[in-house]
Design a protein around this ligand. Structure first.
Ligand SMILES: Cc1cc2nc3c(=O)[nH]c(=O)nc-3n(C[C@H](O)[C@H](O)[C@H](O)COP(=O)(O)OP(=O)(O)OC[C@H]3O[C@@H](n4cnc5c(N)ncnc54)[C@H](O)[C@@H]3O)c2cc1C
Length: 647
């Protein structure tokens, strides 16, 4: 039976659910789908059904580290990558000049088709009700969630609530000196929920993000730009698809750059920028700076790249990637007209900045449940992150855990040794955020193990365990595993002999003195899998390997990075042992002798779930962690702890 949806709470009798998700943005829709797919009666309440999965900023899904997150959401049974493959307008592999740890995909999607596909996924989902309404507050009884109250005054009941309200909480948009109370272009802000969160002790702070002007394609002189074609060989974003499935021929995107005149004009008008005039209180993203920030903070740079990206199949609106700004509209236009290719440009709408309330994530458990209210989960931009992928990743984890909470099942924790999602959530709840958190591959200690190509191997077993895995997804993983194991076994059992040296030299590699397996030969940089297969057929071996692109990639990676992978795995296992040293939730730090004041305060605030998490809390001294280990093991702080920590 398909999902039901209603325009307001009054039209249908049902108002009791097991899980309610507030918001249908990138976090909300993943949370709602996960919960409903786990068989839990779920409601997704959002302000506007016509803005489900809305992309208020760029049209890209993926890119450095974000591509890893999108693939991990997919491996967990999420929807983002599936929707991306269907709404794709452009795709490229990124990081190809670097190692496999940073390589991933950057896709552009049609900004009208992607939300349509996401809304359809929600609408056809059993156990899910879509409700267009505004949530005023969450209802608690003795510290436990019992539902939500709508602005209409009606109450909906549930055992768990997931808040995914994005930039909506006290959203304030800025363009020059213009200020508008709004969450983003075309969406109103919400204030009541912030007040409610504060009333239960949630620490709220102001963050800021921004977006770029939109310009008319017809007014661009593309001859002055560099055309960047899509990569026809790029694999699909989703592990469910062999290839991307764009509805039309891929679009290119175009690159140009700022020039000195652009920089001068921005500098001359800095005082008019909402950000630089002090009108914005919120803290902006370090790793996604506005054009003003780039010109001020990187003044040594002569020019900055600008990418022109078509937002939809059937519109001539172009997103000017790299020029997020809160300068007044007239200054923005003048700035754009200094850029090669844009000298005659027409602006469809100006860029703007939005500041909004976010909730301090150190008040959450590693499962994204609030420590202040049982059954209350938070996911997405509200936790201080920035980006569709970061939001979707938190959404699926919060959805899984809200469903398990409603089922009375133990929560599911993704560790930082197995996923970028685990890295992000652990960073949020252990370290907190000083500015909008954006995922970077450098944030992961073991990033060679957390590659975008093996997210299925790492996370689909979890997806299966929590009841989110379709048969097709599991069969694809099993098939890939069999192909890899079969391919490896065939290459190991194909022994090349010295009498085949002519063929080896013909393939540009040195001869051998003793029988050597093809897999062993592949350790030579010049013997790739394709070369090995060619050697095999020229030596009369019929390996007959029918390998998918995914399996081939894994065998190649093991060939090149086998040694590194083993070493990283050993380090990750060591780290996992520290993670396994659990800390009881009720640990009394106040009476724990020997702890420094700062560590005691931090332990009481974060209440780390494991020794591993305790080591990552900023400001906590290693000696205090040793003490803590001692207490956990022997009730006495000194020697015992030191031995354990050294082990
Ligand atoms: C102007 C702008 C510029 C951005 N620029 C960038 C950027 O450059 N780079 C980047 O990585 N990310 C950027 N982002 C952020 C990116 O859009 C978000 O990270 C992402 O959309 C967050 O997803 P979310 O699900 O947390 O929230 P959103 O996508 O914002 O969705 C929030 C949802 O909650 C619903 N909602 C809110 N309050 C209520 C309520 N009380 N009752 C019912 N429903 C409610 C809304 O209707 C909406 O469906 C930008 C966002 C904006 C607005």
């Amino acid at each position: 039976m398909h999902a039901r949806f209603r325009l307001s709470a009054y039209t249908l009798a049902m108002s009791r659910f097991e899980v309610i998700v507030v918001g249908a943005g990138h976090a909300g829709l993943e949370a709602a789908l996960a919960s409903a797919r786990m068989g839990i009666s779920t409601a997704c309440v959002t302000l506007r059904l016509d803005r489900v999965g809305h992309l208020p900023c760029n049209c890209s899904i993926g890119g450095p580290a974000k591509g890893h997150l999108a693939r991990e959401v997919d491996a967990l049974g999420g929807e983002m990558a599936v929707g991306t493959d269907h709404a794709l307008t452009h795709i490229r592999k990124v990081g190809t000049g670097k190692g496999p740890a940073v390589q991933t995909l950057r896709a552009h999607v049609c900004k009208s088709l992607y939300p349509t596909i996401m809304r359809a996924a929600l609408e056809r989902q059993p156990n899910l009700e879509l409700i267009q309404a505004a949530v005023r507050s969450v209802r608690l009884e003795s510290g436990r969630v019992v539902g939500v109250e709508l602005e209409s005054g009606e109450a909906l009941e549930a055992q768990a609530v997931v808040l995914t309200t994005g930039t909506f909480l006290n959203g304030l948009c800025h363009e020059g000196s213009n200020q508008t109370s709004a969450a983003r272009y075309g969406d109103r802000a919400i204030s009541t929920l912030s007040d409610w969160l504060r009333s239960v002790g949630v620490e709220m702070r102001r963050f800021k993000t921004g977006t770029t002007p939109r310009i008319r394609a017809g007014s661009i002189d593309f001859s002055k730009t560099e055309t960047l074609e899509s990569d026809a060989e790029a694999p699909a974003m989703s592990f469910l698809h062999e290839f991307p499935m764009p509805q039309r021929a891929f679009l290119p995107c175009w690159q140009t750059r700022t020039i000195a005149e652009t920089h001068d004009l921005v500098r001359e008008n800095l005082s008019q920028s909402a950000m630089y005039s002090g009108r914005i209180e919120g803290i902006g993203p370090r790793y996604c700076p506005s054009i003003e920030d780039k010109i001020v903070r990187f003044s040594d740079k002569e020019s900055h790249p600008i990418f022109l990206e078509q937002e939809e199949w059937d519109s001539d609106s172009i997103y000017v990637q790299g020029v997020s700004t809160s300068l007044p509209a007239d200054v923005q236009l003048a700035m754009l007209r200094t850029v090669p290719g844009l000298t005659g440009v027409e602006m469809i709408r100006p860029g703007y900045a939005v500041e909004y309330d976010m909730a301090d994530p150190t008040q959450l458990t590693p499962q994204l449940m609030s420590k202040l209210a049982h059954g209350l989960f938070l996911a997405g931009q509200i936790n201080g992150t920035s980006g569709y992928e970061e939001a979707a990743a938190q959404g699926i984890v919060a959805g899984i855990n809200a469903a398990r909470y409603a089922q009375g099942e133990p929560p599911e924790t993704l560790s930082r040794n197995e996923s970028f999602i685990g890295v992000m959530i652990d960073d949020l709840v252990s370290k907190g955020v000083d500015d909008p958190y954006r995922m970077l591959t450098a944030r992961a200690e073991h990033r060679l193990l957390l590659r975008h190509d093996n997210a299925d191997e790492r996370l689909t077993p979890t997806c299966k365990r929590v009841g989110l895995c379709s048969d097709e997804r599991w069969e694809r993983l099993e098939r890939k595993r069999e192909e890899i194991a079969g391919g490896r076994a065939a290459l190991e059992s194909a022994i090349v002999l010295p009498q085949h040296n002519a063929s080896l030299e013909h393939h540009g590699t040195a001869g051998i003195f003793v029988g050597t397996s093809l897999f062993e030969l592949m350790r030579r940089p010049e013997v790739s899998l394709d070369v090995a297969l060619s050697i095999a057929s020229s030596c009369g071996f019929s390996l007959d390997l029918d390998l998918s692109a995914g399996a081939k990639e894994q065998i190649e990676l093991e060939r090149i990075y086998g040694g590194y992978l083993i070493r990283q795995q050993r380090l990750a296992d060591q780290a996992r042992r520290l993670e396994d040293l659990a800390i009881p939730a009720e640990t009394d730090y106040a009476t724990m002798a020997g702890l420094s004041h700062e560590s005691r305060e931090k332990f009481e605030r974060v209440r780390p779930a494991s020794i591993g998490q305790a080591t990552r809390i900023p400001g906590v001294r290693p000696s205090d962690v040793v003490l803590l280990v001692g207490h956990l093991r022997h009730g006495s702080p000194l020697n015992a702890g030191r031995e354990e920590a050294r082990a």
